[in-house]
Ligand binder design. Structure first.
Ligand SMILES: [Zn+2]
Length: 388
């Protein structure tokens, strides 16, 4: 990192200290200075400043080996290091949570908005939730930032949301709109990126996995990829994008780009419904109806799921060959169906391995992806927030 002034350097050291304390819970300034290769005076000054802001607290160290005056330990004051998270991935729903620096969720609730709402009304509803619900439980100072998960891409150059399944979010500067309404720093990203970062933080901590793919099959189809420990986002923030990959059913038209055969048309929630209607004289309107027919093993529903299992297999095979991941996570509303047919999909992956006999990636189903999204949103806030 290029640092060009002592003020900037102090900010960087403050962040290092916060991250160190996240890993080490509690320790003395002396030990911290040694481990971070900083002078005792630097650590002490920065710690004092952060204590005044309420981010750190002194704790008694339970160390019987020390004779005489017991040195005080320093630890994070989790109570004052909270992130407010909004999950806006589901049309009509705002899931809100507050998580502390260890991403432990301390408040969790959901609110609905009408499908006819304008973007201003959705933003205003987020504002009301913050003022009327969150600030009833926490003070403004306890919240260090706001993390927002959206379906769609946060375009780096314009700061607009683009290519969103939720039409009313498209081409809207939601980061700026929410910052203004909430009076807080807002960080915003795509739900798949947040999910993969959330899993990566967890996996990397326990198992040193540096290559992870998260496939999010919900109202839309997206992926997040961490390769060699880095989130892939591309020059404009568009990568990695898979939804228009032409490996789907060529009779189905993409509702976003109008082409035939885009994989998202098959594997998104409404894809199951549309494909059912393509094959059956009986017409259905909702995913719930499809699930019910599948539950009864109705012929067309079984046919739809078998075809989608093969398409998913092709997609997983491509992802495996491009990224060579340790693990592929699958999350979203369709995960229950995917679980039923994943073995069929994996046959495709096995038959198209780069090196036959190569180890297959681990496949994990994320049953509660909304919790993963919220965790990822909190991680995003804490990783970008600067304490000083
Ligand atoms: Zn398309």
């Amino acid at each position: 990192m290029k640092v060009d002034s002592s003020v900037e350097l102090k900010k960087v050291h403050a962040k290092e200290i916060i991250n160190y304390l996240k890993r080490n819970k509690s320790c003395t300034k002396k030990v911290m200075a040694e481990d971070l290769s900083l002078s005792f005076a630097t650590v002490s000054n920065i710690c004092n400043e952060m204590r005044e802001k309420g981010y750190l607290e002194e704790t008694a160290l339970d160390d019987t080996k020390v004779v005489g005056r017991t040195p005080k330990g320093i630890s994070l004051n989790y109570n004052n290091l909270m992130s407010l998270c909004f999950d806006l991935t589901r049309f009509g729903v705002i899931r809100v949570a507050v998580a502390d620096y260890s991403t432990r969720v301390v408040y969790d609730d959901r609110f609905d908005y009408s499908h006819k709402s304008s973007i201003q009304e959705v933003i205003q509803t987020c504002g009301s939730i913050y003022r009327e619900q969150v600030l009833k439980r926490f003070s403004e100072d306890q919240i260090v930032g706001v993390g927002v998960a959206v379906p769609g891409i946060f375009e780096k150059k314009t700061h607009n949301i683009v290519s969103s399944e939720i039409e009313l979010f498209n081409n809207q500067p939601m980061k700026e709109m929410l910052s203004q309404t909430l009076g807080k720093t807002v960080y915003i990203d795509n739900e798949s990126n947040l999910c993969v970062m959330s899993e990566y933080m967890r996996e990397n901590l326990y198992r040193n996995q540096e290559n992870i793919v998260y496939l999010f099959a919900d109202e839309g189809l997206g992926i997040g990829v961490v390769a060699n420990g880095k989130l892939i986002c591309g020059s404009g923030g568009y990568a990695p994008e898979i939804c228009h990959m032409p490996i789907g059913n060529m009779q189905m038209q993409c509702h976003l780009c109008s082409s035939m055969g885009c994989v998202e048309s098959d594997l998104r929630i409404m894809g199951y419904v549309e494909k059912y209607n393509l094959y059956s004289r009986k017409q259905i309107a909702s995913f719930e109806e499809f699930l019910e027919l599948w539950g009864k093993k109705e012929e067309t529903a079984v046919q739809v799921l078998e075809e989608n299992a093969a398409i998913l297999g092709r997609l997983l095979s491509i992802l495996n060959n491009i990224f060579n991941p340790d693990c592929i996570y699958i999350g979203g509303e369709t995960v229950g169906l995917i679980r039923e047919v994943i073995e069929k999909s994996m046959e495709q992956v096995t038959s198209r391995l780069l090196v036959q006999g190569n180890v297959l990636p681990e496949i994990k189903m994320d049953a509660d992806c909304s919790a993963t999204v919220l965790c990822g949103a909190a991680e995003m806030v804490f990783s970008q927030w600067m304490p000083l």
